[in-house]
Design a protein around this ligand. Structure first.
Ligand SMILES: [Fe+2]
Length: 342
């Protein structure tokens, strides 16, 4: 597992292969049971006809999973299984023969319509996901206009967090919420006054009191958007620590949302490997050691284990691939856009 893509790809391929296998099995089962059900008795004939209609099932599944191309291929498979049966039962009864051919025509109509409709719906959903993503990036850009470098930090943390989340076999929904939380984690800093947010050098204790309000402000901003409700909770917990010494609620262990525990490791990793006005960045190996040392105190040991299982060179590759949206540097494909997460 060398890259984000190569980690996702085998799982995706396995799933696709299983789906293809299931469609083929369904076509074979329907065909076989239809062939083997005799037509001699009135009731058996009714079952025989009913089974024939079950061919629609693999076709619809193929449309849902593989859109128009899948539906057409599944219908071709059904035709291959069904046509020999029609020819073998060609009894000279014109009405029955027309009925059989008409059945096949109906299956083709279902395949084309279902495939085309699913394709149209999926494209519409992708458009909506892209619009959502654009809105999120605009929010981050608004913060970046005040506190420069926030945007790139957020984009890198998103790419890192998705990589660790994939390593932990998080589902598409969880990964999407994690990715959105990673880019929006510091959105609450919009509510922090400039003299604190942009203060050069270390903050005073009273400044920290104000600064520590940003997770709560972030939650308030995001919870006004219905589709970001799960993200708001992760953002609220993004400064909690595994041993309960974080803020704002000093949550401990598994009381911290899992995505927030994943985020926490990648946020610290990016902060350590990035230059700050007050210190130089450290190497990936040094940052990995800091994360290792924080296992069980700052970080969830399970997440640290997954993080350390990813080779150092992969972190460097992801870091280099992340660029500001619209920039010619880096590759947006490698940034694992939210819309690609299912
Ligand atoms: Fe923060």
């Amino acid at each position: 597992m060398n890259t984000c893509d190569s980690t996702l790809l085998p799982q995706g391929l396995q799933r696709r292969n299983f789906d293809v296998f299931l469609i083929c099995i369904l076509v074979a089962l329907v065909g076989l049971s239809h062939w083997l059900t005799p037509v001699s008795h009135h009731r058996l004939h009714a079952i025989h006809v009913l089974l024939r209609k079950m061919f629609v099932l693999p076709i619809i599944l193929a449309a849902v999973w593989f859109e128009l191309r899948g539906a057409v291929l599944a219908c071709m498979l059904v035709t291959l299984v069904y046509v020999p049966h029609i020819l073998l039962q060609w009894a000279g009864n014109a009405g029955e023969n027309i009925n059989q051919i008409g059945e096949l025509g109906t299956l083709w109509l279902v395949a084309v319509l279902a495939g085309a409709l699913v394709r149209r719906e999926k494209r519409a959903l992708i458009e909506v996901a892209k619009t959502h993503e654009g809105s999120l990036l605009a929010l981050v850009a608004a913060l970046d206009a005040r506190e420069h470098a926030t945007e790139l930090h957020s984009l890198r943390v998103r790419a890192f967090a998705v990589r660790v989340g994939t390593q932990l076999s998080m589902g598409p929904r969880q990964l999407r919420a994690l990715a959105q939380a990673a880019i929006l984690h510091d959105i609450g800093k919009i509510g922090i006054p400039d003299h604190i947010l942009l203060k050069p050098g270390a903050l005073e204790e009273e400044d920290w009191v104000v600064m520590r309000r940003h997770p709560e402000i972030g939650r308030r901003i995001l919870s006004t958007v219905p589709f970001l409700a799960p993200v708001a909770e992760i953002v609220y917990c993004h400064h909690e620590k595994y041993d309960g010494t974080g803020y704002p609620r000093e949550l401990k262990g598994h009381r911290i949302p899992f995505a927030a525990r994943v985020y926490s490791v990648t946020d610290v990793f990016d902060a350590l490997t990035s230059d700050r006005p007050y210190r130089q960045s450290v190497s990936v190996e040094e940052a990995r050691q800091v994360i290792r040392d924080g296992s069980g105190t700052h970080f969830d040991p399970h997440v640290v284990e997954a993080f350390l299982a990813i080779p150092s060179q992969e972190w460097s590759r992801i870091r280099l691939s992340v660029a500001r949206p619209g920039s010619s540097e880096g590759s947006t494909d490698d940034m694992l856009p939210v819309s690609s997460l299912g």
